[in-house]
Design a protein around this ligand. Structure first.
Ligand SMILES: Cc1ncc(COP(=O)(O)O)c(C=O)c1O
Length: 478
């Protein structure tokens, strides 16, 4: 592809994306594609040729297949009536930042292989420390520092590895897992914590799922009892993962009490705020992070609720030297003058892979385009719409709210057997005009309505509630 061809087709692709977004956002509901595509497994594979084309094809043919094959089989996460799981935001500046990243094609494993890639990442993560009101020691001009991981799952894995390094006094690096180390999270903690324990060689049995209180937050007394019991049984507690905004219901673990216990017991505390960390951009929501100054590491996903496209997890440590000691390897072929000075960050030592792309560009574009005001406005819109929706649920006595809603997720159900609630969810999603997902809370089937797609406005949430009420009326009438 020549530069001129790239220019021509690049413009066509940007137009295509702009038209796609306009099609999701505008017009009456009926004109939009269904949020979930009505395709069966294998439909996409069946529409594709079995082998690579022998001769290169015109770009127009590729673009045409986006409309013919890809879009009809796409779940539209940017649809304004997408209320499933948690949002996976993207935005204009984020896409454009990714385009520049792809165009530069930088591989920033070392400072020397990408000085801008490294330093822009360090600075944007320092900016985020201030934007979220996180402890100053997470900043790179203190003992800590931030790095972009691909996901909160990778952040949990890296936290597990450095926690093992600390708990073994560094022996883990040479000898592997020699002691019976244990890891703690609440029963509501994310599954990535168990996956990280498995990958780290600890196994599922090393993970203790600690009991929660009536708000579904970890009970510090139960954590203390579990730790004491494990120590008495000869185990070495290595890591506690506390969550701000659990996946199921957005419960908030009490960081101050958990952090004090971790300090006393010398256990690494990782705070997983994958979705809810974005809320800390708003001072009025920072109460959810009280005690975060006791964390050894912290992560959140700008790719969930902060207008930055997947993948972008922001991960900080309070002491970068422990992290680097845990993960550093320096084969001859990576030695270079800048690394030898010890004065630069080589992000290869802060993550599992060696190579890395210039993800900071999209984050930087987003932070500069929206500014603090724009980012806060996005979060506040989600929280206000969720509050309004919760009010409607409360006012209809056929329904109940099943968990507190500090952010933009509402967990609710019909006061009816699980089967009726399940049928309600299927009936709603089958319409294609909106999409919700479910969870189980105290063994009961619960619907989740997660607000946060950038295109979602008051009218979409009101329309969703009208549809939910109507479907409930039909179902309850039998
Ligand atoms: C609390 C929490 N932690 C971790 C994750 C995993 O996120 P990722 O997809 O970035 O690995 C999620 C995903 O929803 C989550 O809600």
């Amino acid at each position: 592809m020549t530069p001129d061809q790239f220019r021509e087709y690049g413009h066509a692709v940007v137009d295509w994306v702009a038209d796609y977004w306009a099609g999701l956002a505008a017009g009456p509901d009926g004109a939009r594609p269904p949020v979930q595509p009505p395709v069966s497994p294998g439909w996409v594979a069946g529409a594709l040729p079995p082998t690579v084309p022998e001769r290169g094809e015109p770009f127009e043919a590729v673009l045409a297949d986006l409309d013919r094959i890809v879009v009809p089989a796409t779940t539209h996460w940017q649809h304004p009536s997408y209320f499933g799981y948690f949002p996976a935001n993207t935005s204009g500046p984020s896409v454009l930042g990714d385009l520049v990243c792809a165009g530069l094609g930088t591989q920033g494993m070392l400072w020397s292989t990408g000085p801008a890639c490294t330093e822009l990442e360090t600075v944007t993560l320092d900016w985020l420390v201030d934007l979220l009101g996180l402890p100053a020691r997470f900043r790179s001009d203190g003992p800590g520092g931030g790095v972009i991981q691909d996901s909160a799952s990778s952040a949990a894995l890296v936290a597990t590895l450095v926690a093992l390094h600390r708990a073994s006094d560094g022996r883990w690096r040479e000898s592997g897992v020699q002691d019976r180390f244990t890891v703690y999270a609440s029963t509501q903690g994310h599954s990535s914590i168990e996956k990280a324990a498995r990958i780290a060689g600890l196994g599922d049995r090393a993970v203790r799922l600690v009991d929660v209180d009536e708000r579904l937050a970890m009970r510090p007394d139960a954590l203390a009892a579990q730790i004491a019991g494990d120590r008495a049984g000869g185990a070495t507690p290595a890591l506690v993962v506390a969550t701000v905004g659990t996946t199921s219901t957005t419960a908030v673990d009490p960081l101050a009490a958990i952090g004090a216990l971790c300090r006393e017991q010398q256990i690494w505390l990782h705070v997983d705020a994958a979705y809810a960390g974005a809320a800390a951009t708003c001072p009025e929501l920072r109460w959810t992070h009280a005690g975060v100054e006791l964390a050894d590491s912290y992560c959140f996903d700008p790719h969930k609720w902060l207008l930055t496209g997947f993948d972008c997890d922001a991960f900080w440590v309070a002491d970068r030297s422990e992290l680097v000691q845990a993960l550093t390897v320096l084969p001859e072929y990576l030695r270079n003058a800048a690394t030898a000075t010890g004065a630069v960050i080589d992000y290869r030592d802060w993550q599992v892979p060696l190579g890395r792309r210039f993800r900071a560009l999209k984050l930087w574009f987003v932070l500069r385009w929206y500014g603090v005001e724009g980012l806060r406005a996005h979060v506040r819109t989600g929280v206000a719409l969720a509050d309004r929706f919760a009010g409607w649920v409360r006012a209809d006595d056929r329904f109940e709210l099943v968990a507190p809603h500090p952010f933009s997720l509402i967990c609710f159900r019909l006061r009816a057997p699980d089967g009726v609630n399940e049928a309600l969810l299927h009936r709603l999603n089958a319409t294609g005009s909106l999409f919700l997902t479910h969870t189980k809370v105290r063994d009961r089937f619960v619907l989740r309505l997660a607000i946060g797609a950038p295109a979602t406005a008051a009218g979409h949430v009101a329309a969703a509630w009208r549809q939910i009420q109507q479907a409930a009326t039909e179902l309850l009438a039998g």
